[in-house]
Design a protein around this ligand. Structure first.
Ligand SMILES: Cc1cc2nc3c(=O)[nH]c(=O)nc-3n(C[C@H](O)[C@H](O)[C@H](O)COP(=O)(O)O)c2cc1C
Length: 312
């Protein structure tokens, strides 16, 4: 499961695995370090093993300060996480513009020191999630020499630049170039939104054995199970229970309950449920008047009732 800030937290991961499954690992949305090795307590709480029994996770850190990463990584190790992931992909201007996330990609010398200092100390194994560049398509390629100096356990690559955000075409040319030069095992992340797309990708990159799904699973939560089924038996979904409004509403209901257990305020729970509904509505081309009605819903109960009436 791809990390998606504000969406794929422990409540979503738990409900997703209970309702749909088909995934074997999740990289979590990032914890941003604050100077002095601090962070938001609620972010670390979401990583408690007791909240993460349904799927294995790799916690992700967003930082450009090696001392801060060391503090957080060590704390995560003590919680039981022997692997952490560092974010080299966040495109948000407030982050990337300040040299974090994808803002690290144009600075190989800095990254060399950053990784050297971190890996000399942390007890965890290190994985990285990145894009092909910040504002150019060759910046990951230029960074490859640096990454290859370190024992990274994997690199997840989203083949877009930060400038592209999440739209425009994924850049297969640039991805193929970095795939050829990076030593660490590569995870592909980007626009896997149907079984057909996935089949095209495994033909294009037969050397890749790990795939990351984000928005495709938000739109169609059955997709990971469909893909796993295809990989295991070559069939195209026979035996997978069809996605119905009732099944989807049961899933939303479960997420809302998981968020309530985590003491999230009702208005925030409703906002989260609506966000998930919009991704799904976009995928199923839900009629505009239904989306409008859902947008106006004032309570979780009203939201669930309206969502159960949507058709596709
Ligand atoms: C709303 C949203 C939040 C995201 N948050 C993170 C994040 O916290 N860390 C990260 O590495 N990537 C993040 N991503 C990027 C995704 O993990 C993924 O690489 C990207 O969406 C492409 O994959 P997809 O087309 O399967 O969604 C986010 C993407 C979206 C749309």
């Amino acid at each position: 499961m791809a990390p998606m800030l504000g969406i794929t937290d422990s409540a979503y991961r738990t409900a997703f695995m209970r309702s749909f499954g088909g995934l074997d690992l999740a990289i979590t949305p990032f914890i941003k370090t604050i100077q002095g090795g601090r962070y938001k307590e609620s972010k670390l709480a979401d990583l408690l093993p007791s909240r993460n029994r349904q799927i294995s996770i790799i916690p992700q850190i967003l930082s450009n300060n090696s001392a801060d990463v060391i503090v957080v990584a060590t704390e995560l190790f003590d919680m039981g996480y022997d692997k952490i992931n560092i974010n080299f992909g966040c495109p948000v201007p407030m982050t990337a513009g300040r040299g974090r996330g994808a803002g690290l990609l144009p600075h190989p010398e800095f990254v060399d020191r950053f990784l050297d200092e971190i890996l000399a100390v942390i007890p965890n194994k290190l994985s990285i999630k990145t894009r092909i560049g910040f504002d150019r398509t060759d910046q990951l390629l230029l960074m490859a020499k640096v990454f290859n100096r370190y024992p990274l356990c994997e690199i997840a690559v989203h083949p877009r630049t930060a400038r592209q955000g999440y739209s425009g075409l994924v850049n297969h040319e640039a991805f193929a170039e970095v795939l050829a030069v990076l030593n660490a095992p590569i995870i592909y992340s980007g626009d896997i939104n149907s079984l057909e797309t996935f089949i095209d990708l495994i033909k294009l990159y037969p050397e890749i054995s790990s795939w990351m799904i984000g928005r495709g699973a938000l739109g169609n939560p059955n997709l990971p199970a469909l893909i796993t089924r295809y990989l295991e038996s070559g069939d195209d979904g026979e035996g997978i229970e069809a996605l119905t409004p009732a099944k989807l509403v049961a899933f939303y209901d479960e997420i809302c309950r998981e968020l309530a257990i985590r003491n999230l305020a009702k208005n925030h729970i409703l906002a989260r449920a609506k966000t998930l509904f919009y991704y799904h509505a976009d995928f199923c081309k839900t009629e505009k008047h239904v989306i409008r009605a859902v947008r106006k819903s004032k309570s979780i109960e009203q939201f669930l009732k309206l969502a159960s009436e949507s058709t596709w």
